[in-house]
Design a protein around this ligand. Structure first.
Ligand SMILES: Cc1ncc(COP(=O)(O)O)c(C=O)c1O
Length: 369
């Protein structure tokens, strides 16, 4: 019996963002084992949980540090005593350059051009600090990053800047979501990403730019990219909860999804329809995997609900359709597995951690802005 079915919901106001602690701990342990098998370090992305209590469990399972997407995440983890922090976003514009210089002693950043690096070099030199960076490589996502063929030329330019120091190379293989429906092609592409990043590191090393860190990072790619020769670390984030998107991509089973929104039926006045109290402000339907609807409905015990579909949202209302609406009554409880775990986290200021015996604890979600 799943933990959420053991919980007494009679006094719990809905909607509420929950995490099944046993499932999360299983995801943490299984991923730590994958990285141990690959012989590669794990620096999970904090954006998925934004929760110190979750990060502590990841660290206890061997995470060497954390990847962050914003200064706020870096600040929260630093204040909580975490080390080995990587801010994996281009630090451009007011506030961010100052932040990098202030945090230089405990932070590695990423850059993908001279234009990004020059203001940091100037500020670091003026402050008398050295900022460590990874050169961001575009291995196919087409977002930030230098194309592999241009990496050496860009690094040769960066080398002329004082106050900054190369620590390695990084890529985010977000393009793997494009292999929806063909998991073996996804795995081959993931291994290829790792190999191409390692080849860039080798080319830079041969030219005198030593790359101690060769960092890949994604949940779809965590069983492939870290296994390529020369990769030193991986940065999956979503794995800690998994979500509907990762289920569709073949990264997990629905039964491994640890985060969900518990919701109540609030209106059943029309045949073939029911309304719940969880809408677009309760969860992210952001879909990298062409998932339909607003989320996947399951019962409190995690069993599937195949005769109900979550078809649409208003802000605080969810629209359910399907033959199962006939049996629903006002007050009935359901759970929604979000399509996108990380976007859902960012909508909540706390989560309800549900322990295996059903007892619950509130854990703060931090660094949202
Ligand atoms: C730079 C970077 N690293 C790691 C990750 C983690 O990837 P995933 O969400 O697939 O776990 C992301 C996700 O967006 C990212 O942008």
């Amino acid at each position: 019996m799943a933990a959420l079915a053991q919980t007494d919901w009679s006094t719990v106001q809905t909607p509420v963002f929950t995490v099944d602690v046993a499932r999360m701990d299983a995801n943490i342990a299984a991923t730590a084992a994958i990285f141990a098998e690959a012989g590669v370090s794990l620096r999970p992305h904090f954006k998925t949980s934004k929760c110190v209590q979750v990060a502590q469990r990841q660290r206890a399972a061997g995470a060497i540090g954390f990847t962050c997407s914003t200064p706020a995440e870096v600040r929260e983890l630093t204040a909580a005593g975490f080390t080995g922090l990587l801010w994996a976003h281009q630090p451009v514009g007011p506030g961010k350059v100052e932040f990098v210089v202030e945090m230089a002693a405990g932070l590695t950043i990423i850059v993908d051009s001279f234009a990004v690096a020059e203001p940091i070099s100037q500020a670091a030199t003026a402050a008398g600090v050295t900022v460590g960076y990874l050169l961001d490589i575009d291995t196919g996502q087409g977002r930030t990053g230098v194309l592999p063929a241009n990496a050496l030329a860009v690094q040769n330019q960066l080398k002329t800047l004082p106050g900054i120091e190369l620590r390695g190379v990084i890529t985010h293989e977000g393009q793997l979501a494009g292999y929806l429906g063909d998991r073996s092609a996804l795995d081959i592409a993931g291994t290829d990403v790792g190999a191409r990043l390692a080849a860039v590191a080798a080319e830079l090393g041969a030219a005198g730019h030593e790359c101690a860190i060769v960092s890949v990072g994604s949940t779809p790619g965590m069983r492939s990219a870290p296994f390529a020769e020369g990769v030193t670390e991986g940065r999956p984030g979503t794995y800690v909860y998994f979500d509907g998107n990762q289920t569709a991509l073949g990264s997990c089973e629905i039964g491994q999804c640890a985060s969900s929104v518990v919701t109540r039926v609030v209106s059943v006045n029309r045949d073939g329809s029911a309304i719940i109290d969880a809408g677009s402000k309760a969860m992210s339907a952001d879909s990298i995997s062409k998932m339909k609807g607003a989320g996947t409905l399951v019962n409190l015990d995690g069993s599937p609900v195949s005769d109900l579909q979550f078809i649409e949202t208003n802000e605080e209302h969810g629209f359910l359709a399907g033959s199962g609406t006939d049996r629903l009554k006002v007050g009935d409880l359901l759970r929604v597995i979000p399509h996108h775990a990380c976007g859902t986290t960012n909508m909540w200021s706390k989560l309800l951690a549900v322990h295996p015996d059903g007892h619950t604890e509130e854990w703060p979600i931090v660094g949202r802005h």
